[in-house]
Design a binder for this molecule. Structure first.
Ligand SMILES: Nc1ncnc2c1ncn2[C@@H]1O[C@H](COP(=O)(O)OP(=O)(O)OP(=O)(O)O)[C@@H](O)[C@H]1O
Ligand SMILES: [Mg+2]
Length: 272
């Protein structure tokens, strides 16, 4: 694999390919004038199509802001954001799982997933099959008729993940999607997300606080400095992908070394 595939050097990556992301000198400020606060930047980052990029950094360093910029929900104050070579469109560019699940609480689980299938342009006749498949993937079989306010926070987050997967966009953005889940469900979903994105070749940008989660999931990890976040470490992860034994991978020496390295970098970046 050429090094550009790992590091995403902007000059060597085809940034018009479906699912690729390119941030050029991106800075984002909230507020105006004397009240203005720089949340992130400047950041230069190119994510080649198919890469699984994990963003790690201290609370408040600008991870969610970066994700919202890539999704097109915010426009950068300076610099430019391109997804598949074009300006991102809110709702159209990426499947997004927000830090807190955004569902339609008065609808059922079925209603929430179906709405995502409708937006994705899936023909109605295929909805039952696709819905069952998506709900099984996130471990929510049998909950179709329950209202969102009747299920737990962790279950709501899983509905949000099913909705994002339904979109079948070439780009998936996930903001700490597993933070509220129990350890067992979390590990299962980590394996699922890793497998699904490997299999479909989707580009993924995933935010987490956990070095362990970052090393398990990422084909590349970017550690951000504290606010305003800039790139402190850009690390290719060359652990095996595809059909792997998760226990074996987690137990390997390489995994332990990478986890220690990322954990150390996060602490150093937050303290700098
Ligand atoms: N809409 C907003 N208006 C003003 N300031 C904001 C807004 N959203 C975020 N901020 C500020 O910008 C900075 C970065 O916020 P952001 O949510 O991107 O951080 P984060 O890295 O995702 O943090 P966490 O790990 O806690 O989720 C923070 O200081 C935050 O208070
Ligand atoms: Mg956040």
């Amino acid at each position: 694999m050429p090094s550009s595939e790992l590091t995403g050097h902007p000059d060597e990556v085809d940034s018009a390919r479906a699912g690729s992301v390119r941030l050029d000198h991106v800075t984002h400020r909230y507020g105006r004038g004397g009240e203005a606060f720089t949340a992130v930047g400047p950041v230069d980052l190119t994510v080649p199509a198919g890469q699984f990029l994990v963003l790690v950094g201290a609370s408040g360093c600008g991870k969610s802001t970066l994700l919202r910029l890539i999704a097109g929900f915010e426009r950068p104050t300076d610099g430019s954001v391109r997804v598949s070579g074009a300006e991102p469109r809110p709702g159209g560019t990426a499947g997004v799982v927000f830090q807190t699940p955004r569902l339609f609480p008065w609808r059922t689980v079925r209603g929430n997933v179906d709405l995502a299938l409708r937006y994705a342009g899936v023909p109605r006749a295929q909805w039952p099959g696709r819905r069952a498949e998506l709900l099984a993937r996130v471990g929510l079989e049998g909950t179709e008729e329950r209202r969102v306010w009747e299920i737990s926070g962790g279950q709501q987050q899983r509905v949000a993940i099913a909705r994002a997967l339904a979109a079948e966009n070439p780009l998936l953005l996930l903001d700490e999607p597993f933070a509220a889940l129990d350890a067992l469900t979390r590990e299962r979903l980590q394996q699922d997300v890793r497998r699904v994105t490997d299999r479909t070749g989707r580009t993924t940008v995933f935010v987490t606080h956990s070095a362990d989660e970052a090393v398990f999931l990422g084909s590349r990890i970017v550690v951000l400095t504290r606010s305003p976040g800039t790139v402190a470490l850009d690390l290719p992860i060359t652990l095996p992908r595809g059909d792997i034994d998760a226990e074996e991978l987690r137990g390997s020496r390489e995994f332990a070394e990478l986890r220690a390295r990322v954990s150390h970098a996060v602490k150093a970046a937050a303290a700098a």
